[in-house]
Ligand binder design. Structure first.
Ligand code: MN3
Length: 199
């Protein structure tokens, strides 16, 4: 069974008012994510060890494996983008009560959480991702990973939110201004309902 590009959970125009235009979603979902899926399926076709494995299994078995670096990049990016589409909403930005309480407990407040997430996102040199995770100690934490890596691979914790900070996710809307993209993403786009449901 080949891996497939998931359907976006909203229209390509749905996030335009919140700061992510139709062309960004068209290219990001239809071209970038599709390319990771196509490449991953190509690797699976040629490598019996990958056949019949779940996406999560492939991410874990290819992590820190020099011979499988290209497999990891594409499997990781497929996993990351599946989450990313779910992590955004046309009615995003509102933090529901249970998550807000947990954020306040673990970061000191919503402003401190957003500062921590923005720091992770803006200090990721080059391409990568910023994450809100819940660690094995049960505490929320903001982290970052380079390129196609993610908290599933690193084992740091369970991802509640992942924000793509590759330039392809923000260049049409925010040009080179990654901090503005991340601030806007946290304030208007992030699907905190989804994040809370993962707790
Ligand atoms: Mn991307």
């Amino acid at each position: 069974m080949a891996f497939e590009l998931p359907t976006l959970p909203y229209a390509k125009t749905a996030l335009a008012g919140a700061g992510m235009c139709e062309e960004t979603l068209e290219l990001h979902h239809g071209k970038h994510h599709q390319a990771y899926v196509t490449a991953l399926n190509g690797f699976v076709e040629k490598n019996a060890a990958l056949q019949g494995k779940s996406l999560e299994e492939i991410v874990k078995m290819s992590h820190n494996n020099a011979d499988m670096a290209a497999v990891f990049n594409n499997a990781g990016q497929h996993w990351n983008h599946i989450l990313f589409w779910e992590n955004m909403s046309p009615t995003g930005g509102k933090i529901p009560g249970k998550l807000e309480k947990k954020i306040t407990e673990d970061f000191g407040g919503v402003a401190q959480f957003k500062d921590s997430f923005k720091t992770a996102a803006t200090t990721q040199f080059g391409s990568g991702w910023a994450w809100l995770i819940i660690g094995s100690d049960g505490k929320l934490k903001c982290t970052k990973t380079p390129n196609g890596s993610n908290p599933l691979a690193t084992g740091e914790g369970k991802a509640l939110l992942g924000c793509d900070v590759w330039e392809h996710s923000y260049y049409l809307d925010f040009r080179n201004r990654r901090p503005d993209y991340v601030q806007n993403w946290l304030d208007k786009i992030a699907n905190y309902e989804y994040a809370e449901a993962q707790l």
